[in-house]
Ligand binder design. Structure first.
Ligand code: CO
Length: 134
């Protein structure tokens, strides 16, 4: 059920600025910033051969990142995203095993145009987990 590591997300105040060193020093390919009002973030992706780094910055005053950045002013690792083949099957199996799904439990469309869900960090060793249907 558990597939590839799709991305590691780093929350920052300025996603384009944070991504710049990945392009300048590592030669990674960097996407343009993409506003995602439904998630309250703007994303910039750095593409690596085996995964991606997702830089996220707050968008709007209801952003879920605001509190995180109050506690981590310089930014920090925010979540890991794993691919799953069927997000509803994965959700039901996770729930049956006692994992808590954030929000209303219904998948939303994520940064790659695919359904995503977030899982409670307390059920995953303190790490916020996103699952994405690949
Ligand atoms: Co993500």
């Amino acid at each position: 059920m558990l597939g590839r590591l799709n991305h590691v997300a780093i929350a920052v105040k300025d996603a384009a600025k944070a991504a710049r060193i990945y392009s300048a020093a590592f030669g990674a390919q960097i996407s343009d910033p993409v506003p995602m009002p439904e998630h309250g973030v703007t994303t910039v992706f750095a593409t690596l051969p085996n995964t991606k780094i997702e830089f996220i910055e707050p968008l709007g005053d209801q952003s879920p990142l605001s509190r995180f950045l109050e506690r981590n002013a310089e930014g920090g690792i925010h979540h890991l995203c794993y691919e799953v083949t069927d997000i509803l099957v994965a959700r039901d199996r996770l729930t049956a095993e006692g994992a808590r799904i954030l929000g209303d439990g219904e998948p939303r469309i994520g940064a790659h145009g695919k359904p995503v869900l977030f899982l409670h960090p307390k059920d995953f060793s303190g790490a916020l987990i996103e699952i994405e249907q690949a």
